[in-house]
Design a protein around this ligand. Structure first.
Ligand code: IYR
Length: 221
C-alpha cells in the first residue's frame, strides 16, 4: 500500500449489542425531528452555526470536490431583503404557478406566501451548489454528482441542527435566483436550499402527518 496516499482508518469497534442500541437510540432521536415554521427570535451563538456547517461539510462528495458553500446570515437587513424577495416569489407560486394538485397536497401544512420566519429566525443558512469549481486564475475545475453530493451534505446539516437542539425548515422558494443577487455570489454557484435555524416559537405546532413504516420503505432481498 502507498503509505503517502493512505493512512490507517481509526475504526472504533463496538459490540453487536451496542450497535443495535446505538441504531435504536439514533432512530428515536431522529424521529423527534420536525420541520418548524414558527421561530422565536432567541439568539444562537455563531460558534454553534460554525460547528453544524463544518459537520455538514464533512459529508462525502463526488471525488471529494465538496461542491458547496454555506452562507450563514444573521444580519437583519439582509434577512429582510431575502424575506421580501422570497415572499414575492411565493405570492406568485400560491396565486397561479402551483397546480391545483400541488396546492391540495400542501393543505395539511397550512402554508401560504407569508414567510415571517425568514426575518425572525436568528440565522438563515443558504446552501449553494457549485456545478464547477473556479480557481483564482479563472480556470474551471470539474465537479461530479453535484446534486447528490449537496443533498447528502444538507442531510448532515439538518441532522447536526437537530442534534444541537435547534430546529429548521428546508425551504425552497422557487425560483431562488434572487439569493445569488442579494448575497453577491460568484457565477459558479447556484442556490440549492434555504434553511432558517433557531428555536421554535413558544407553543409552535406541527402538522399531524405520518412517516411511512418499514413495510413500505424497505424491500428486503
Ligand atoms: N415553497 C412553498 C410551497 C411549498 C412546497 C412544498 I413541495 C412544501 O413541502 C412546502 C411548501 C412554501 O414554502 O410555502
Amino acid at each position: 500500500m502507498n503509505t503517502e496516499k493512505h493512512s490507517l482508518y481509526p475504526f472504533e469497534e463496538t459490540s453487536k449489542e451496542d450497535t443495535l442500541k446505538r441504531s435504536e437510540w439514533f432512530k428515536k432521536e431522529m424521529k423527534k425531528r420536525r420541520s418548524i415554521r414558527a421561530f422565536s427570535s432567541k439568539s444562537v451563538a455563531k460558534d454553534v452555526i460554525e460547528n453544524i456547517i463544518i459537520t455538514a461539510s464533512s459529508a462525502p462528495s463526488g471525488a471529494n470536490k465538496q461542491p458547496w458553500v454555506f452562507c450563514a446570515i444573521s444580519d437583519a437587513d439582509i434577512k429582510a431583503e431575502i424575506r421580501k424577495a422570497a415572499e414575492k416569489e411565493e405570492y406568485e407560486a400560491y396565486h397561479g404557478k402551483m397546480s391545483e394538485t400541488w396546492l391540495n397536497d400542501l393543505k395539511p401544512f397550512d402554508t401560504d406566501w407569508h414567510k415571517p420566519f425568514l426575518e425572525k429566525a436568528p440565522w438563515l443558512i443558504v446552501v449553494f451548489k457549485k456545478p464547477y469549481g473556479l480557481a483564482e486564475d479563472g480556470s474551471k475545475e470539474q465537479h461530479y454528482y453535484v446534486n447528490e453530493s449537496v443533498g447528502i451534505a444538507c442531510g448532515f446539516l439538518i441532522s447536526a441542527i437537530h442534534q444541537a437542539g435547534l430546529v429548521t425548515l428546508t425551504h425552497t422558494p422557487s425560483p431562488m435566483a434572487f439569493l445569488s443577487k442579494i448575497l453577491k455570489r460568484p457565477e459558479n454557484e447556484r442556490p440549492f436550499l434555504l434553511l432558517p435555524v433557531g428555536y421554535p416559537e413558544k407553543e409552535a405546532t406541527v402538522p399531524n402527518i405520518q412517516k411511512k413504516g418499514e413495510a413500505e420503505v424497505i424491500a428486503w432481498y
